[in-house]
Ligand binder design. Structure first.
Ligand SMILES: [Zn+2]
Length: 318
């Protein structure tokens, strides 16, 4: 079904059920009369109170999911800025969900990675370089909406697509852009032709993956193998995977995917320097000792200045 129609139906059904449920629930919880419209929808099902309640829960969940998608798709939508998220603060680890287990290859030939995400020539390389010949098709790796189609400095001719999970993919050095801003694209759709525009040594596709403006090592999310596997439907991204300094463009980083928040928090600790609170410690003392501000320390640990510290509590310092 068309997604806006689906959304409308889900919303209408939810509202209707919610109102009916509340009214009936208050007046006669045991003798639920299924309203005519709902009867029409579920002719054979004949829902009882618990089934109706379960249906409402499901619809509520679906509505929340749709609200999240809409928020991710609509907020910070700008056609004229490469990174419209400059004032957002991202809390780590953050979650990314995929509705699929595979992506579409961005090129039609075998993917040969010539340079990876990481530190390169004393500068950050925020994407992955995939070899191609000028004029080759470049395809959207996931369904989405085109946010940016412009010439962007060193990136040359660039297309940025935003996806429903909030990720943005960036396709750079193109010779031709074949989509318009605000176009809806499907996974595998041709969005341009490969090239050497911008700061490129030889024709290749520079592919970036960003979330709220932060680049993520694409290999953490996608396996650039023949099968085009997405690493996991649920992924938790730690700071390490958004920091080119922690990776080298000439070497493949060892990928251990965090599929739950707990795993990611443990992983974050393994990636960070951890300080264990001792008797007499205060945030001011710890901050001073490690050349940090109290604000930085609070942000890093998602705590308040007024938070009480426990002896033995673990605090990350980076
Ligand atoms: Zn590159």
């Amino acid at each position: 079904m068309n997604s806006s129609l689906y959304q409308f139906t889900a919303k209408a059904l939810f509202l209707f059920l919610f109102c009916s449920y509340n009214l009936i629930g208050q007046k006669a919880p045991d003798s639920l009369v299924v309203p005519p419209t709902l009867n029409k929808i579920n002719k054979e099902k004949k829902l009882d109170v618990s089934e109706l309640s379960a249906l409402i829960d499901t619809l509520h969940f679906e509505q929340e999911t749709l609200d999240t998608i809409n928020k991710l798709m609509e907020e910070y939508w700008a056609n004229n800025t490469f990174n419209p998220y400059s004032d957002t603060f991202l809390k780590f680890p953050f979650n990314i969900s995929f509705s699929d287990t595979v992506y579409a290859s961005p090129i039609d030939r075998k993917k040969v990675v010539t340079s990876r995400y990481g530190w390169r020539w004393g500068r950050p390389h925020h994407g992955i370089d995939i070899d191609l010949i000028s004029g080759d098709n470049v395809r959207a790796i996931l369904d989405g909406k085109v946010r940016y189609v412009r010439y962007h400095g060193g990136h040359g001719r660039t297309v940025v697509i935003r996806h429903e999970n909030g990720l943005e993919t960036v396709y750079a050095h193109l010779s031709k852009q074949l989509v318009k801003e605000n176009d809806t694209v499907v996974k595998g759709q041709i969005i341009g032709k490969g090239g050497v525009t911008g700061n490129a040594r030889g024709s290749h596709l520079h592919l970036e993956v960003r979330y709220q403006g932060k680049s993520i090592n694409p290999e953490y999310l996608f396996d650039f193998n023949k099968e085009n596997n997405i690493r996991s439907k649920e992924l938790w991204v730690t700071k390490k995977w958004t920091n080119p300094l922690k990776h080298r463009s000439t070497r493949r980083s060892r990928v251990t995917v965090y599929t739950t928040e707990e795993e990611a928090i443990l992983g974050k600790e393994a990636e960070s320097t951890v300080y264990i609170i001792r008797k007499g410690d205060t945030l001011w003392k710890i901050a001073r000792m490690h050349q940090l501000s109290v604000n930085q320390l609070c942000r890093l640990n998602s705590i308040k200045k007024t938070s009480k510290l426990r002896i033995g509590q673990r605090i990350v310092l980076n």
